[in-house]
Design a protein around this ligand. Structure first.
Ligand SMILES: CC(C)(COP(=O)(O)OP(=O)(O)OC[C@H]1O[C@@H](n2cnc3c(N)ncnc32)[C@H](O)[C@@H]1OP(=O)(O)O)[C@@H](O)C(=O)NCCC(=O)NCCS
Length: 403
């Protein structure tokens, strides 16, 4: 730490004193490879917005004198880290989730004029202290594969190891509505039916949050939607509830929930050439004027736009990919009605259902890098062993509260 800068104090964020200064640092910190397009996030005046829906969260700032030079956020919750078989003498064994207390560190930023002085490390260490004090067994972070500063900081200096590489799939919202296949119908599930369905079918998926009910009941969840073949005995009027449905499901079905990020933060692409902006604008104009052509227009990403996030994607059957595609069409139309620029989802690299998720490669991220660390050595490993060493499953549950 250079003498001329004085002492770095790391303390809890105070919304009354710090909001503006934190936003100023945020604006200076461009996340994304330099020289290319980059994504700016506007937190709409609420720096805690990215963690405030988690059961337990903290935001820290680093300060030198009166100046805020860095910050980070963290949250803790209980998630599935593996599965075990139930032991019952009479019944066939069923897979049951094994839970762990998991911390997530996100939104680490150090102002460009104060980098490489150990401030990032100091923020991480302080946050990890809070994680440990609150009983978290593991801590994880997500970063872009090519963000060398962040990958080095976490893997070389802070003991994290590369863990999972899910894909972020981004699809633009066109100026026209998408038509859905006629032989599929979309039902809307109540939060309690959605909870039952998720707990019965997806509780053993890695990262599944044990408090799924609070995610589904959160005001930002716009709904949980189920696609079934038209002509099956399930319609909105004949819906018997999730337990009878799962006991006698149609040949194929799929489910997804939609989270409204638009009210939480907006994004903006900066650094695009004039030609690219103009092309994008032209396709939009044509699409608006002639919607029946179904041209894939590019939304205006060059001014702040909001998005919806699809989470809890699942389903089964020979036509499940078709069901997923219908759900994505439905989610697109919902996003269009609500004025969003894109629909986003994040799935495991090996997720079979990703085939049904339309997305634009150029807007998407094939490998979002998740790194993990075990915070203590004295935990009982139970039936899972050390989670950090376990192989990835087919699916992963990406919690919309942590985007
Ligand atoms: C990533 C970031 C927070 C690092 O903050 P920082 O205060 O400069 O980090 P530190 O000084 O504590 O660096 C600790 C270690 O990280 C690694 N590191 C940091 N910056 C690096 C860089 N530009 N290139 C390579 N390694 C780097 C080094 O191993 C460094 O140790 P060293 O200086 O002894 O070599 C900062 O670069 C930043 O705000 N970037 C933009 C936002 C971002 O990408 N956040 C991460 C999202 S998860």
């Amino acid at each position: 730490m250079g003498e001329e800068y004085g002492e770095v104090i790391v303390r809890e964020f105070d919304p009354n004193r710090d909001t503006e200064r934190v936003e100023a640092v945020e604006r200076m910190c461009e996340v994304g490879p330099s020289g290319k397009l980059s994504l700016f996030t506007d937190l709409l005046g609420d720096p805690i917005c990215r963690v405030r829906h988690s059961p337990s969260f903290l935001m820290l700032v680093a300060e030198i004198g009166e100046e805020i030079v860095g910050m980070t956020r963290g949250c803790i919750k209980i998630v599935t880290c593996g599965k075990k078989l139930s032991r019952s003498i009479n019944a066939t064994p069923k897979p049951l989730p094994v839970y762990t207390k998991l911390a997530y560190l996100l939104g680490l930023r150090v102002s460009p004029s104060h980098r490489r002085m150990g401030i990032g490390m100091k923020l991480v260490k302080k946050m990890e202290e809070w994680f440990r004090d609150n009983g978290a067994e593991y801590s994880y972070i997500a970063t872009e594969n090519d963000n060398l500063a962040s990958v080095n900081l976490f893997t070389d200096k802070c003991g994290y190891s590369k863990f999972r590489t899910p894909s972020i799939l981004v699809n633009p919202v066109f100026a026209h509505r998408l038509s859905l296949p006629r032989d599929v119908i979309i039902l809307r599930l109540s939060p309690s039916d959605a909870e039952t369905l998720y707990r019965r079918r997806f509780a053993t998926t890695e990262f599944f949050p044990r408090d799924i009910d609070s995610v589904l009941r959160n005001e930002l969840t716009l709904g949980t939607f189920l696609a079934v073949p038209r002509g099956s005995r399930y319609t909105q009027h004949t819906w018997p509830g999730s337990i009878p449905f799962l006991a006698d499901p149609p040949g194929s079905w799929a489910v997804v929930s939609v989270w409204n990020c638009k009210e939480v933060f907006t994004l903006e692409v900066r650094g695009a050439s004039r030609v690219r902006r103009t092309l994008a604008k032209t396709t939009r104009m044509v699409d608006r004027a002639l919607p029946f052509l179904g041209l894939p227009s590019v939304p205006n990403f060059f001014r702040p736009f909001g998005f919806h996030f699809m989470y809890g994607l699942g389903g089964e059957g020979g036509e499940v990919v078709k069901m997923v595609r219908a759900l994505c069409g439905h989610a697109h139309n919902l996003a269009k009605e609500r004025g969003c620029g894109v629909v986003v989802t994040e799935v495991s690299r090996r997720e079979p259902l990703r085939l049904g998720v339309p997305h634009w490669k150029r807007l998407s991220c094939a490998e979002d890098l998740w790194c993990i660390k075990r915070l203590g050595e004295d935990y009982s490993d139970g039936s899972v062993g050390d989670w950090t060493k376990s192989p990835p499953g087919l699916s992963i549950f990406v919690d919309p509260r942590e985007l």
